[in-house]
Design a protein around this ligand. Structure first.
Ligand SMILES: C[S@@+](CC[C@H](N)C(=O)[O-])C[C@H]1O[C@@H](n2cnc3c(N)ncnc32)[C@H](O)[C@@H]1O
Length: 215
């Protein structure tokens, strides 16, 4: 196994206790999903490249496949993410829910470009998606209050210490036992290690993606 592949397996195993074959099965599944990959490519080249020549790959394809695998393994009813932009993370999460034939993704985004959040997301996956426009500090508390319990939370919005800690604390209270708290860009500041210490748990790390399994 290449080092990168080993890190991916170890991160997913640490969070879900899935074995090698199961993880590899889900990673192969998304790599070989022609409908999904063709839809992303169509939106990326036809829409993204023409309208947003400078856009980046959001959370990136490798971490996208990790999100997909986590969703396939955990089989969540409710996923929340903050920070959509073009919608790379949203697309991979929604694809996992679609393959599970279960679950809803709630995404909160402070309009990245007016009316354009999530332009990369394939149309055929949008039926499991609720996109909420606004600041996470305003939108997350009422969303969590209404849902009561969530299975997976992903932070990828404003990477300030204060906002990251606020989101982790808010989501953690509503996360079910066995649920996952995930955060992109944990290398921006100490919010993730400080939060792990505050709840007395060891965080798992893959590049700049952090993950915590709630006991
Ligand atoms: C790094 S991008 C998200 C990338 C996305 N997860 C992906 O994989 O494509 C950050 C997004 O968070 C949004 N954002 C910034 N501050 C925010 C806040 N306080 N609340 C909600 N969204 C915010 C930005 O408008 C932007 O769309």
């Amino acid at each position: 196994m290449y080092n990168k592949q080993r890190s991916v397996h170890s991160f997913i195993r640490g969070l879900t206790r899935a074995d090698y074959a199961e993880i590899q099965g889900y990673l192969s599944e998304i790599a070989e999903n022609n409908d999904f990959n063709a839809s992303l490519e169509k939106n990326r080249t036809g829409y993204g490249r023409n309208q947003f020549p400078g856009w980046g790959w959001g959370i990136g394809m490798t971490l996208g496949t990790v999100l997909y695998t986590l969703c396939r393994k955990v089989k969540p009813d409710v996923v929340i993410e903050t920070g959509v932009a073009s919608g790379v993370s949203s697309s991979y999460i929604l694809c996992g829910l679609h393959e599970n034939n279960n679950g809803v993704l709630y995404s909160i985004d402070l309009s990245w470009r007016e009316g354009q959040s999530g332009w990369l997301v394939p149309d055929y996956l949008r039926y499991r998606w609720q996109l909420i426009m606004g600041r996470s500090s305003d939108k997350l508390p009422p969303l969590l209050g209404g849902l009561k319990t969530i299975d997976i939370f992903l932070h990828d919005s404003e990477h300030t210490y204060q906002n990251m800690l606020f989101e982790y604390q808010a989501a953690w209270t509503h996360l079910r036992p066995g649920g996952l708290l995930l955060s992109h860009n944990i290398d921006t500041n100490n919010a993730f290690p400080d939060f792990c210490e505050s709840v007395g748990l060891k965080g798992h790390v893959l590049d700049n993606l952090g993950g915590l399994l709630k006991n």
